[in-house]
Design a binder for this molecule. Structure first.
Ligand SMILES: [Zn+2]
Length: 302
């Protein structure tokens, strides 16, 4: 047994030596400042798992992996600037966005209209207590101020106002400030994290590392929660409702007036006088009716 262990140890050391030599050789071959690096690595860092993220507890973000980005030493050797956006998947969802942000990547024009993009899970609703009222924003993964990418559908996800402003923006600003102040570059990756086939992301993983000072100024690895305090989100579809809104889990039976957009109890008097053309029986969620623009009748109070 002892001998076996010893052998294993030697194998490990040998591997380590071989690997590091290999890396070195690759690096020198790659260092050509005139070449634009081609990035093919658009996968979620394999070591990251949503299971490692604690449930939302009132803070818009949480540090993961001891706040150390998952970039490899090789990735940190990149020259110049670049940006890369993963193609949408089969469900139309965004993937990894990855950039080396420098002044050359930043926009020189004012931001344009992005309302043409409908990211997955876009079931927007207005809530009075949400800043700007709209629950959802078209959330840039790599912020416009960093890359100048506007209506790029590979870079926009459905994100709550809270995630956009309280979660992501401060981290994005850190990168922008560093680049503007020092003219340095930041390796930057933002990954939307979808659980299973969900259309709404649970959150985004944000990683950044300032290259010129080896992470002294900017170095983080955080998960921003795609939540909105006071609102319950259905991550499968993006549907949402007030936290303390009464939702009958059991279905009710109502009679709808499809013209007047009212719903009644079956025994309501006005049901009898309703034009059959506009009359429709309905069994299902009461909240769904309200979401669809129906109002409860004032006399039968369904
Ligand atoms: Zn009624």
């Amino acid at each position: 047994m002892k001998k076996y262990r010893f052998l294993l140890l030697w194998c490990a050391i040998l591997c380590l030596l071989l690997c590091s030599c290999g890396k070195k050789a690759e690096k020198t071959a790659e260092t050509n400042p005139n070449e634009t690096p081609v990035v093919t690595e658009t996968k979620v860092p394999t070591t990251f798992s949503l299971k490692d993220v604690p449930a939302f507890d009132g803070d818009p973000f949480v540090a993961v992996n001891d706040n150390q980005p998952y970039f490899t030493d090789e990735e940190k050797q990149v020259t110049g600037v670049f940006e890369d956006y993963a193609p949408l998947d089969d469900l139309g969802r965004c993937g990894v966005t990855y950039a080396c942000v420098g002044k050359a990547l930043m926009p020189t024009e004012k931001r344009g209209d992005i309302s043409s993009v409908k990211p997955t899970g876009w079931r927007n609703r207005q809530y009075d207590f949400v800043d700007g009222k709209s629950l959802y924003n078209r959330c840039h993964l790599i912020g416009y101020q960093l890359s100048g990418e506007n209506a790029n559908n590979r870079n926009l996800i459905t994100g709550t106002r809270y995630m956009n402003v309280d979660g992501m923006l401060p981290f994005e600003n850190m990168v922008a400030d560093y680049v503007k102040e020092t003219n340095g570059r930041v390796l930057y990756r933002v990954t939307p994290i979808f659980d299973g086939d969900n259309l709404l992301a649970d959150g985004v993983l944000m990683e950044a590392f300032s290259l010129e000072d080896k992470g002294d100024s900017v170095c983080y690895c955080v998960f921003c929660y795609n939540v909105q305090p006071g609102v319950i989100l259905d991550y499968k579809t993006g549907e949402n409702r007030l936290e303390n809104e009464e939702v009958g889990t059991e279905n009710g039976t109502y009679v709808l007036n499809t013209l007047r957009k009212k719903f009644h109890k079956e025994n309501c008097e006005s049901v009898n006088s309703m034009n059959p053309k506009n009359r429709k029986n309905y069994t299902g969620s009461r909240q769904k009716l309200i979401d669809d623009g129906y109002a409860p009748c004032g006399s039968c109070n369904p």
